[in-house]
Design a protein around this ligand. Structure first.
Ligand code: GDP
Length: 140
């Protein structure tokens, strides 16, 4: 068994529609443990730094505006193969292409307001977790 940690964000479309609990229920049902969690309202500089890898993409400004349009919930998830397990649970970026049963199929509003973020590799997960959490805040 490979126990991993990944980083998750419940995006502003989730907090706006009061769906935090519904999404967390799906995360826990997929055997991922929420070992750290906090609700934040990102500043524009924070969003721009977090999504820095996308800085040259056409949708970068829209994405940062969306991510600062309301509160988010940032989380650390732990479980077997957590990075891939959470990506599978999230579904495709565009909810129109997401598989049935995935979070984005059930909850996402659009390709931008697609409810959740999840790290795309273990290396990214480590960096993203450090961006938001101190070791003291993570209780595995
Ligand atoms: P993810 O790993 O599935 O979240 O997808 P990406 O890393 O490719 O994109 C990061 C985030 O940017 C996505 O989750 C969306 O919120 C947003 N995004 C991706 N593609 C588009 C797009 O074509 N238009 C807009 N407005 N936002 C997008």
């Amino acid at each position: 068994m490979v126990l991993e940690r990944t980083f998750s964000i419940l995006k502003p479309d989730v907090t706006r529609r009061n769906l935090t609990g519904k999404i967390n229920e799906k995360i826990e049902a997929a055997s991922l443990r929420i070992i750290a969690q906090k609700r934040l309202w990102l500043t524009l500089p924070q969003a721009e730094a977090f999504y820095g890898v996308h800085a040259t993409r056409s949708f970068f400004n829209d994405l940062c505006a969306f991510m600062t349009s309301g509160p988010v919930v940032v989380q650390v998830l732990e479980g077997e193969n957590a990075v891939v397990a959470y990506r599978d649970l999230m579904g495709a970026t565009n909810p129109a292409n997401a598989n049935p049963g995935t979070i984005r199929k059930e909850f996402a509003e659009s390709i931008e307001a697609n409810s959740v973020h999840g790290s795309d590799s273990l290396e990214t997960a480590a960096l993203e977790i450090k961006f938001f959490f101190s070791d003291l805040e993570i209780v595995g």
